[in-house]
Design a protein around this ligand. Structure first.
Ligand code: CP
Ligand code: NVA
Length: 324
């Protein structure tokens, strides 16, 4: 009997609308589908007994292609598949024929004959789109230079858990207008969280991402502010979020970026300018002493390890919805 038949929460109209689909950008999801991911997350995290959960993806396999390093994404997807009764294969791009020139389109079609889903972490976002175009199984974006949707979904789920709601809250993102900033923007627009992004000049989020997020925001009433003023951004903020100043692939720019980002550190002074009960978040890995101080990340506002844990729970929901 199909797992969906025995798990009602995987068998309503919204769940069915996600089955077999890719997860490449939060922008591609309906607001109701995001809510569904959060509902399934809550059930899998707190209510479905482990023995039952193991029937959800029994016999299913996820291929995980990595061309960049990872701790959280690799381990949480692998453990998540195991907890749902399936299996995950770690595939370093270094060892695949991709490195020797086999095309993404051929790789997609071959892997689709063996596995039930493909998760990929890579540089060029277009490579993920190409993989999804040719794969006949769901493709999940585990981070590109442009987006990090699974992280942002885990982040909004964590905020929901802590605050009991999302709509109308204010999230201040201080730092680089990078893949995290982009996915947080799309997530804010879908969930109705107001978002204020402060970056140094020249390091803002991509204009086309902001434009798309504004179209989604019109439906949820989310307010989007883009500025260069971290103190204005964190004023009345419920959440302060930051990420590294030099992302994977930008190592050569590190020193230039550290100079450009002076004044954009999430430190005690900046946190003191937000609401008294502000939550501090970071996708990790962190560069303590650069984008965030040790005191803040270890301090009472920080929820970075709950956030990291929720990668596992939210991705289990995504896997259950897409692959079952
Ligand atoms: N936050 C995140 O994606 O961490 P990893 O790079 O360790 O996967
Ligand atoms: N912006 C960071 C996120 C790491 C999870 C990077 O791309 O390296």
């Amino acid at each position: 009997m199909a797992a969906t038949a025995t798990f009602g929460f995987l068998d309503d109209d919204t769940a069915r609308s996600l089955r077999g689909k890719d997860l490449i950008s939060i922008h591609d999801l309906e607001a109701g589908q995001v809510e569904k991911i959060f509902e399934v997350t809550r059930l899998l995290k707190a209510q479905v007994p482990a023995g039952e959960a193991r029937r959800i993806l029994e016999g299913k396999t996820l291929a995980m292609i990595f061309t960049k390093a990872s701790t959280r994404t690799r381990v949480s997807f692998e453990v998540g598949m195991w907890q749902l009764g399936g299996h995950a294969l770690y595939l370093s791009a270094q060892d695949l024929q991709l490195r020797r020139g086999e095309t993404i389109s051929d790789t997609a079609r071959v892997l689709s004959r063996y596995v039930d889903g493909i998760m990929i972490r890579t540089f060029a976002h277009d490579d993920v789109l190409e993989l999804a175009r040719y794969a006949t199984v769901p493709v999940i974006n585990g981070l590109t230079d442009l987006l990090h949707p699974c992280q942002a979904l885990a982040d909004y789920y964590t905020i929901l858990e802590k605050k009991g709601r999302l709509r109308g809250l204010k999230l201040a993102y201080v730092g680089d207008g990078n893949n995290m900033a982009h996915s947080l923007l799309f997530g804010a627009a879908k969930t109705g969280v107001n978002i204020s992004i402060a970056t140094p000049e020249g390091y803002g989020p991509a204009e086309d991402v902001v434009k798309l997020a504004r179209t989604d925001a019109a439906a949820t009433g989310c307010e989007i502010e883009i500025s260069h003023d971290p103190f204005a951004a964190v004023k009345e903020a419920d959440v302060i979020y930051t990420d590294v100043w030099a992302s994977m692939g930008q190592e050569a720019e590190h020193d230039v970026r550290v100079r450009a980002f002076q004044g954009y550190q999430v430190n005690e002074h900046l946190v003191g300018a937000a609401k008294a009960d502000v939550l501090v978040m970071h996708c990790l890995p962190a560069h303590r002493g650069e984008e965030i101080t040790d005191g803040v990340i270890e301090g009472p506002h920080s929820i970075v390890f709950d956030e990291a844990e929720n990668r596992l729970h939210v991705q289990k929901a995504i896997l259950a919805l897409l692959l079952s």
